[in-house]
Write a protein that binds this ligand. Structure first.
Ligand SMILES: Nc1nc2c(ncn2[C@@H]2O[C@H](COP(=O)(O)OP(=O)(O)OP(=O)(O)O)[C@@H](O)[C@H]2O)c(=O)[nH]1
Ligand SMILES: [Mg+2]
Ligand SMILES: [Zn+2]
Length: 295
């Protein structure tokens, strides 16, 4: 058997997986189903031909972010993440429901989450500012940036250092523009991936990992209309609202659903204003949207 080499998955392409090894990018196939490998995975692989490889093993992951796929299955999005930065902006219309979904999934998978408000060069919205205050009070870091004017980027670069981060969020909020502004040789790498796969242009259809100059990695991911709850149960969704956690244990019944249940401490905290009503309303909405098998 040929030698096992350790590589890093930097992109999941339709027809294979781009693995970085010793400054090269090798297109690899895998014996398992391709969907089980995620960008950010460390893998053991072997050469199957002079310029192609085969993934033999996925090394243990320290975290995994997944989302539902079309056939009702859960698909890994990225592995070994430290922080997910949820990017949003005044334009396209800010979807706080999607934002809460990302935060709830991260909370349950022990991945840090932080917020990036992009496009600060545009006229900002008071309604968004009011919501942002809630997130800041919950301890979520917020970075205000503009990929166009480069404003706030130095501060953002400083927090990205020495960790693996992913930019997530709706299509059109500027994740790729921010990646361009942060990674000076981004195009070079994207072109190398395209050349490796002979696939023509590499669009943001696949999450792609880039190395930061000062250390650390940044993953640009495609915007997904429905990120989904990636298999979170009703119980985990409530836990994913981090301000509910301290109250959940005081609910009268331990199978409390935090709806109209008698003695619900979460609801009480909403009524007293301790928990933001808009976050609670979004919890209810997400709960309703939850596929029945998870309820
Ligand atoms: N005004 C303004 N527009 C921006 C800024 N950043 C990005 N845009 C614009 O927003 C649009 C979408 O940017 P992208 O970077 O492609 O957004 P994305 O989040 O990568 O989108 P997907 O790849 O579809 O998920 C483009 O027209 C950008 O030029 C910014 O800071 N200010
Ligand atoms: Mg993009
Ligand atoms: Zn309750």
């Amino acid at each position: 058997m040929s030698e096992l080499l350790e590589g890093l998955v930097i992109a999941h392409l339709g027809q294979g997986i781009a693995v970085e090894y010793d400054d090269h990018i090798i297109l690899c196939q895998t014996l398992r189903r391709l969907e089980t490998v995620a960008v950010g995975d460390k893998v053991l692989w072997t050469y199957s031909s002079p310029d192609q490889g085969r993934i033999e093993e996925i090394l243990p992951r320290r975290s995994l972010l997944s989302r539902p796929s079309r056939n009702g299955k859960i698909r890994p999005v990225a592995a070994n993440l430290d922080t997910v930065f949820v990017v949003f902006a005044v334009e396209p219309h800010c979807d706080f429901l999607l934002l809460d979904q990302y935060l709830a999934v991260c909370e349950n998978h022990n991945i840090n989450a932080a917020l990036i408000l992009n496009k600060t060069d545009l006229t900002q919205s008071d309604a968004i500012e009011a919501e942002l205050l809630t997130y800041k009070n919950l301890g979520y870091a917020l970075y205000r940036v503009s990929a166009w004017s480069n404003s706030g980027l130095d501060e953002l670069k400083a927090v990205l250092k020495d960790q693996v981060s992913m930019l997530a969020g709706q299509s059109g909020v500027g994740k790729s523009s921010l990646t361009n502004a942060i990674i000076p040789d981004k195009d070079l790498k994207t072109n190398t991936i395209s050349a490796t796969t002979k696939h023509g242009r590499h669009t943001t259809t696949a999450a792609t990992l880039y190395h930061l100059n000062g250390g650390g990695d940044l993953i640009d991911s495609p915007g997904v209309a429905i990120f989904g709850l990636a298999g979170l149960s009703e119980y985990k969704l409530a836990y994913g609202y981090r301000e509910f956690q301290a109250h959940i244990e005081h609910c009268q019944f331990n199978d409390c659903r935090h709806l109209k249940d008698k003695g619900c401490a979460v609801r009480l905290a909403v009524e007293s204003g301790e928990i933001s009503n808009s976050r609670y309303q979004r919890f209810l909405k997400l709960r309703e949207k939850m596929p029945t098998e998870y309820v």
